[in-house]
Design a protein around this ligand. Structure first.
Ligand code: GDP
Ligand code: GDP
Length: 488
């Protein structure tokens, strides 16, 4: 582990003068795992200071397109680093004091601070104490909530951390979730004047141990898109699927013998590989014509929750039924990414098409961002527009912005329209951060969320969409007050 690679010596010389980012936090939150991930386990360029088992390590983060910086793992406050484990409250105080000492040291020497917490364990008093302590510097600070291993639970795990009022990013060092986003965020917080971009990739300049990196946005884009076709029976889902996929391309062969509630069917969407997440609806109907098949809004939406993009199919002849409305509401409420296909357009006289389209758009006025196409599986009307539109929505949905840029946008938004006077005062916005993607989720930190009325929230959403060019993807806005943090 301490073997020094020949490349290290010259590298070490180049590292001096680079800005430093410190990882801090309680023991066991995953700092060291995170450190190894971010420097890609290049232990050859880390060094242990003598004296303790694992005191602190430094490593370079050199990634193409990002300014280079040195990462410090303030590391090992393990009780065995002290003379003997101290049980009880005394031990805890000793540990706490040690953590605080390291935080103090990091505050002095690092340009950017990254507080790491354990999302599974939740917010502990020591985390809150550390956050309060770190807030005293004017150094940029980011809270990384680690061990958020499955994105589905992220929301739940994060709730209490928002109360700290810090820009926050969920991640999983162990599974590589959000590692790229974390690096970008940290790099975005580096002081201006720092070297702007690293042209050397670590692959060429440095030894590598071949550790797999997380899914980068580029590879995510190359991965097949997960689609769901949703709609009442008989609206034409199977016909559309066949028209889109090309009959022989659709392989309906769920792995034999497995009992799963949904099956992935590989499809080609206009030449682009995709995966149709099918919770039996489309597939079953294409096999047996069971017109009596019961339709349940709740169970049919299941495949949508497993897909990245849902194609909601409506029957252009029948208009919007109650069931269609319920499906639309559910998709909108759950902020699922979807587009509406009004099928069987061939049955609508050409001179009526615009009028029919307008009536559907009116019914969708409450979610104006959702794209709508008048299509026909029979005469292939507008089918060619589906794949490019799908790609655009996915790109918007995966958008990831760093806190620096978002805060400049926040300033613009506040200047363009100031918050309303409510109860004699205006809400004061502290900062804006992005917590998640797919869909992009933005958190506004504000002194008193009660002073932000619906009209102003709607303005914020419109302004964000306009400034970021998010036309069709759903976005989520959250307002967090700082009161809870002050109470901690
Ligand atoms: P440190 O004391 O803060 O440096 O924490 P370590 O990096 O030593 O990690 C403490 C424990 O948490 C180890 O057992 C890790 O394997 C585990 N761990 C680290 N990151 C994650 C994660 O993202 N998810 C889960 N489930 N465990 C993690
Ligand atoms: P699903 O239950 O949603 O999968 O619907 P199907 O694809 O089985 O189609 C239901 C009925 O609508 C069938 O009789 C299809 O022939 C018919 N259909 C599907 N798409 C179109 C279309 O674009 N135009 C017309 N005129 N009929 C269609």
């Amino acid at each position: 582990m301490n073997k020094i690679h020949p490349a290290t010596v010259s590298l070490a010389a180049r590292l001096t003068g680079l800005p430093k980012v410190a990882l801090l936090g309680r023991p066991n939150v995953g700092k060291s795992t995170l450190f190894n991930r971010l420097i890609r386990s290049r232990r050859a360029i880390t060094h242990d200071l003598p004296g303790v088992t694992r005191d602190r390590m430094e490593g370079a983060v050199l990634r193409r397109g990002l300014p280079p910086f040195v990462l410090i793992d303030t590391g090992g406050v393990s009780l065995d680093a002290h003379a003997a484990p101290q049980p009880g409250p005394v031990g805890l105080r000793g540990l706490e004091a040690e953590v605080m000492r390291q935080a103090e040291r990091a505050m002095e020497e690092a340009e950017v601070l990254c507080l790491v917490a354990d999302g599974r364990e939740g917010l502990t008093p020591l985390d809150a104490h550390l956050a309060d302590f770190l807030r005293r510097t004017d150094k940029p600070l980011l809270l990384a909530v680690n061990k958020v291993d499955g994105e589905e639970r992220a929301d739940l795990l994060l709730t209490e951390f928002y109360a700290l009022g810090l820009p926050l990013l969920p991640c999983s060092a162990e599974h590589g979730y959000n590692m790229g986003a974390l690096l970008e965020e940290l790099a975005g917080l580096l002081p201006p004047g720092a070297p702007q971009s690293s042209n050397e990739t670590d692959e060429t300049a440095l030894p590598t141990d071949g550790t797999a990196d997380e899914e980068t946005p580029e590879t995510a884009e190359k991965a097949p898109m997960r689609l769901a076709l949703l709609g009442r029976p008989n609206v034409g889902k199977s016909s559309l699927l066949n028209a889109l996929a090309g009959e022989d391309r659709m392989i309906v062969s769920p792995a034999a013998g497995t009992t799963r509630d949904s099956v992935d069917v590989p499809v080609q969407l206009d030449g682009v590989p995709g995966i149709l997440v099918d919770s039996a609806g489309v597939r079953r109907r294409s096999k047996i014509t069971d017109t009596l098949e019961r339709f349940s809004v709740n169970s049919s939406i299941k495949s949508s929750t497993k897909a990245q993009l849902t194609l909601l199919v409506l029957d252009g002849q029948e208009g919007l039924t109650q069931q269609d409305k319920r499906l639309l509401e559910l998709l909108d409420e759950r902020k699922l990414t979807f587009m509406v296909l009004v099928n069987k357009a061939d049955l609508i006289p050409t001179d009526k098409l615009r009028e029919v389209e307008r009536s559907y758009r009116q019914a969708l006025a409450y979610c104006p961002h959702v794209p709508l196409l008048m299509v026909s599986a029979f005469n292939r009307r507008n089918l060619k527009k589906i794949a490019p539109l799908a790609r655009d929505i996915m790109q918007e949905s995966r958008l990831r912005l760093n806190t620096g840029r978002l805060n400049r946008l926040l300033e613009d938004m506040l200047q363009e329209r100031q918050p309303p006077l409510i109860k004699g005062a205006r809400a004061k916005f502290h900062y804006l951060t992005q917590a998640e993607t797919e869909p992009p989720t933005f958190v506004f930190f504000v002194n008193d969320p009660e002073r932000v009325n619906d009209a102003y929230s709607r303005y914020l959403e419109r302004a964000l969409r306009r400034m970021l060019g998010i036309k069709h993807a759903p976005i989520r806005l959250r307002l967090r007050g700082r009161r809870a943090a002050e109470k901690v």
